[in-house]
Structure formats: C-alpha cells, structure tokens
Design a protein around this ligand. Structure first.
Ligand code: RUB
Length: 309
C-alpha cells in the first residue's frame, strides 16, 4: 500500500497532478485504496489511513483543499472506528466516493452560476490554469456567449499554456500574453472581467492563488475591472478561523533559471501569493456568489465538523 501512497505523493509533488481540486481528489482516491487494504482490524486500517494522510498532506503545502479532503476523510473514519473491518471498508469507500462526487458537482454548479455572470462579448483575463475557471468559461461559451479570453503564460511553469490550449480547443478565441503584459492588456484590450481560481481562501476573505494573482488584482482595482474568484468550498481554510495560515510554497530555483547561469545571484521562486480581500469583488462558490466579507460565515456554517462547532 506504501507504493500507492508514495506514487500519489510523487505525482502531486512533481506537479504531474496539479491544481487545488485535482490534488484533493487524487489524495481522496488514494485513501480509498488504503481503506481497501488487507489490514486485520479497523484500528489498523485507520492507522494506515492516518499515516498515508500525513504523507500526502506534505506533498504540497499551499492548497488547503489537500488537508481539508484528508481531514474530512480521517474524521469520517474516526466516527466509524467502532464498526467491523469489512463493514468499515464498505462504509468508508462509499463515503469517499460520495465526497469525490460532491466535489465534482460543486465544480459544475460553479460553472453554471459563473456562466450566468459572464455577459455576451465579455473579454476575460485569467491567470494560471484552474479547472474551475476553464469549466465556467466553457459553459458560458456553450450557452452561446461570444466571449474572448486572454491568458497569462504563468511563469515559471507555464500553466497558462494549458489554459490557452484547452480554451482554444473548445473553440473560444484565446490570446496568450507574457505575465508582465497583464496591466497593458487589461487597459489596452479593455478587459471586462478577471476570473481566477484559488488554492486557499481565508476567513478574512484574503485568497491564495498562483504567484502573480495579487498583482493582477491590483491592476484590476486600478482600472475598475471586476476581479472574480471561482472556487469550491473545499478551498476555504477552517484553520484560518484559528489564525493559522498556509505556507507559501517555495519551489526549485532551477524552474526559473538554469543552475549556474548567474553565479552569485540568489533566485526566489515562490509559487503562490496572497490577494487582499479588498481587491476581490466576489467569490463564486457552489453555494452561490459570496462577497469576501461573507466567507467567515460560510466557513463556520460548512466546516463545523473540523472545528467541533
Ligand atoms: C494552480 C493554481 C490554480 C488553483 C485552482 O497552481 O494556482 O489557480 O489551484 O485550480 P499549481 P482548480 O499549478 O501550482 O498547482 O480550480 O483547478 O482547483
């Protein structure tokens, strides 16, 4: 079973599986494999799940969807610790399947709500690669809205290329820009809306997403362009209610520049940044459209299991 867990750990760490929702789903599927291992007692099964969960959580530190998914599944395991192993396997497998289905239906609900917000002829700018944002944009297009999209390339890993490819393959007119052209593009091309995904959303309404997001939000504020975040509630951080913040992942400098090319120069490669709640107009969640000020209430309502409230 260690092999399965190690493989998912490596896939997430190396970003073969990436994006906040996808890593949460990959970890959940792996915990289902662990539940179905041949341990003799329910206690041993839970121990195995706990070990696997700890390892998987450490694969990437910034997207709270990963620990949220794992904590939820471990919490469900604990609640069922009194039942026999066979029944436990059946029950937990069903609960994990249900959890994954809920995440997928949250995604499609957000697409449906988000598509209503997009207007005919909108020019939308997005950053990085978010399945949630892409699905929403594709839904608006399928609804007959004649939209166009501008994608940033998203240095250093170029996730913007994935976005551009997906959207243009869907038939949507798509333009790729370098990250540093964001302000110019927003101003000169007259972007109507910026829509991005999220890795973590704090109770304060501040939001963590791919490095560069906060600069784009500042530009949007200056130019009076709507800045919209599309994210499932799995990306809300219950720990932030207790003052705990996620660690911003610092990745290998070799992603930025070939090692040894600039001897003596230090390279920083933070993968995410924090966008101030004041620069966010709305969050689109599966529960509807939420202003940053309402995140606190939604968190308390939906994550009571985590906090014992
Ligand atoms: C991906 C990223 C995405 C969010 C949301 O970063 O910042 O905007 O994860 O994605 P990375 P989704 O490429 O480093 O994982 O909506 O697909 O969950």
């Amino acid at each position: 079973m260690g092999n399965v867990v190690d493989k998912t750990y490596r896939d997430i760490k190396s970003m073969r599986v990436r994006g906040a929702l996808d890593i949460a789903i990959a970890a959940s599927k792996t915990l289902k494999r662990v539940v179905n291992s041949d341990a003799k007692s329910t206690h041993q099964l839970i121990q195995g799940m706990t070990r696997a969960g700890k390892k998987l959580k450490s694969a990437r530190p910034t997207a709270v969807s990963l620990p949220n998914a794992i904590n939820y599944i471990l919490h469900t395991a604990d609640k069922n610790s009194h039942i026999e192993p066979e029944e436990f396997r059946r029950k937990l497998s069903g609960e994990i399947d249900k959890f994954i289905m809920e995440q997928k239906s949250a995604l499609s609900r957000i697409a449906e709500i988000g598509a209503n917000i997009i207007e005919d002829n909108d020019l939308i700018l997005t950053h990085c690669n978010s399945d949630t944002v892409n699905m929403l944009i594709e839904r608006a297009w399928d609804d007959g809205k004649k939209i166009k999209v501008v994608c940033t390339e998203t240095r250093p890993r170029y996730q913007g290329h994935i976005t551009a490819k997906e959207l243009s393959t869907h038939g949507i007119p798509t333009t790729l820009i370098v990250d540093s052209a964001a302000h110019l593009a927003m101003k000169e091309l007259k972007i109507d809306k910026v829509i991005v995904g999220a890795d973590t959303i704090y109770a304060s309404g501040d939001m963590v997403n791919k490095i560069g997001t906060s600069q784009i939000a500042l530009c949007a504020r200056e130019l009076d362009i709507d800045f919209i975040v599309a994210a499932e509630s799995i990306k809300f951080s219950p720990q932030s209610l207790m003052g705990s913040m996620v660690k911003i992942e610092e990745r290998d400098p070799a992603e930025v520049i070939k090692s040894g090319k600039l001897p003596g120069v230090k390279v920083l490669n933070p993968a995410f940044d924090i966008t101030n709640a004041e620069h966010i107009d709305i969050f689109i969640t599966e529960f509807g459209v939420v202003p940053p000020g309402a995140v606190y209430h939604l968190l308390r309502e939906k994550f009571g299991w985590e906090l014992g409230i």
